[in-house]
Design a protein around this ligand. Sequence first.
Ligand code: 13P
Length: 252
Amino acid sequence: MRKPMIAGNWKLHKTLTETKELAARLADELADIDTIDIVIAPVFTSLTTAAEAIKGSAVKLAAQNCYPEETGAFTGEVSPSLLKDAGCEYVIIGHSERRQLLDETDLFINRKLLKTLDAGLQPIFCIGETLQERESDQMLEVLTEQVKGGLANLTAEQMENVVIAYEPVWAIGTGKTATDEQAQEAHSFIRGLLQGLFSQEVALATRILYGGSVKPNNVDGLMAMDDIDGALVGGASLKAEDFIRLVRFQKP
Ligand code: 13P
């Protein structure tokens, strides 16, 4: 019922030439796939180049961030409608790197989600606990706060366009993936939160991606879990062979 999604977050990597090369190769080699949503998120300056390279293909475009205002005196910022104009269908919001390095709060993230939806884009809303929070048994509390804060004032109808990404901070870029069971446990908990905040229908329909050291050698196990609907991938999305293998994950 939930269409799987494999999304590549390129973070601060790749020049225009490299973007063009990788995006065009993915568009070409993944042309036969229509049962999985395939998304790439290059840096802002490469978005239109990537849009051109994937035009008419199965690969869709995401931005890595946005600002929660349309236009105005906001030097250095980019609005959701301008991202749509550049060819994006999705925006990653609330990534832990932004929460940590730029002090983004749940309130600010919530404003971005609302503006993104208003602009007709689909947010990929990231949440996840740090190692310290997990080890001090605060994981469920942290996830609850992030989900409640981030999704405040959203309607059940708007939730149809929201994708959630559970990315435990301790698993990002460390090579230390959550086990299939750890990820499943968190995803099932998040789905329960959605049921309480919205309805069972919303909980069952919302896609929840896992992110944190997803690689060709662990994707199949993760994707076999009931509540894992896809992956948000950093490092392994930068190499065509690896990302293609992730999109072509094997069902048990
Ligand atoms: P890695 O796959 O490099 O661990 O990054 C995960 C991530 O942060 C995706 O948004």
